[in-house]
Design a protein around this ligand. Structure first.
Ligand code: CP
Ligand code: NVA
Length: 334
């Protein structure tokens, strides 16, 4: 990915300054929100929202975000957009590029989002795939940045499943200087290739710590997520057994720094990966994370739209057939 991306499929390769400007712009949009000065830079623009999985935060934040920026959103499902559906991914990407200004896609398949980004001439945003969830981690980093934390000098500890959200943390660790400790049970490790790449690029600031208690000791951030991601529902029962000892409870939180934040992308499964006392407790910032999805993604949509050249719906010149325009037709189009 280039450092000034037109699409956001993942976080690898993003430039730190680009991300920090995204945060600063999100703050400006937040401050102007609901005032007469609220900018409408996406007036007349439409986002195609493709959702193959349920969503509360992501769907609402992109839809409300588009409206607040002056634009509109249209909802699509797997019936219209899929890898083996009514039409090919390139055809879908080309058609949407002619009518819309942005594609936001939540799918099982990561290659579907990659395919849309490859073939569309408008920006494509990964709104969660089985592989990653970059918007979530950008919003989480924005949350920590707003707390005044030094993203280059803090420790984040992941406790739980080696899933899509962890993958985006691994990618984010290559942008900033924070240390990332990963406590996952054996058999639930993140993608090995991505883990090794993150370990290499961060020169060891990313590392696995098998024991959750050791992993959270003196950490600045404790992060967890569901043990059963969307699409894994059939495994829920044995996952509960496999993850015994990985619940973030008050005892585990007490090992972190006294001002450590507890984070969770939500939805949470209370009593499984986190207890009520922790998620409702004073160190929890889960609601800030959720609201920040709106501010951060508004900023993202503005930035990606600005980086996109105006749409040209003309076919390539070589293929363009010159049509003789009759006076009647000219009258219709005049
Ligand atoms: N955190 C998150 O992406 O929530 P939704 O699945 O509700 O969109
Ligand atoms: N890992 C979770 C994240 C939900 C936002 C899932 O994919 O279901």
């Amino acid at each position: 990915m280039d450092t000034n991306p037109r699409s956001l499929v993942g976080l690898l390769g993003l430039e730190k300054e680009w991300v920090l400007e995204l945060f600063a712009q999100a703050d400006r949009l937040r401050a102007a929100r609901g005032t007469p000065k609220a900018p409408k830079p996406l007036a007349g623009k439409t986002a195609a929202l493709v959702f193959h999985k349920p969503s509360l935060r992501t769907r609402v934040s992109f839809t409300v975000g588009m409206h607040e920026l002056g634009g509109d959103a249209v909802d699509l499902t797997a019936v219209e957009v899929s890898e083996h559906g009514r039409e090919s991914v390139p055809d879908v990407a080309h058609v949407l590029s002619g009518m819309c200004d942005l594609i936001v896609a939540r799918t099982f398949s990561h290659t579907l989002v990659q395919g849309l980004a490859k073939h569309a001439s408008i920006p494509v945003v990964n709104a969660l795939t089985d592989h990653s969830h970059p918007c979530q981690i950008l919003a989480d980093l924005y949350t920590l940045w707003r707390q005044g934390r030094d993203l280059d000098d803090m420790t984040v500890t992941w406790v739980g499943d080696g899933n899509n959200v962890l993958h985006s943390w691994l990618e984010a660790a290559t942008i900033f200087g924070f240390a990332l400790r990963v406590a996952v049970p054996d058999g639930f490790e993140p993608d090995a290739g991505l883990f090794l790449e993150a370990e290499r690029r961060t020169e060891g600031r990313v590392r696995r710590v098998r024991d959750p208690q050791e992993a959270v000791r003196d950490t600045d951030v404790v992060y967890t997520d569901t043990w059963t991601s969307m699409g894994q529902e059939a495994e829920a029962q044995w996952r509960r057994i496999a993850f015994a000892g990985f619940t973030v409870d008050e005892r585990l939180m007490s090992l972190a720094k006294s001002d450590a934040s507890f984070m969770h992308c939500l939805p949470a499964h209370r009593g499984e990966e986190v207890t009520d006392e922790v998620i409702d407790g004073p160190q929890s910032v889960v609601l800030e994370e959720a609201e920040n999805r709106l501010h951060l993604q508004k900023s993202l949509m503005v930035t990606l739209s600005a980086a996109t050249p105006p749409r040209v719906n003309e076919p390539p010149a070589a293929k363009r057939r010159r049509m003789k325009v009759s006076p009647q037709m000219a009258g219709v189009t005049a």
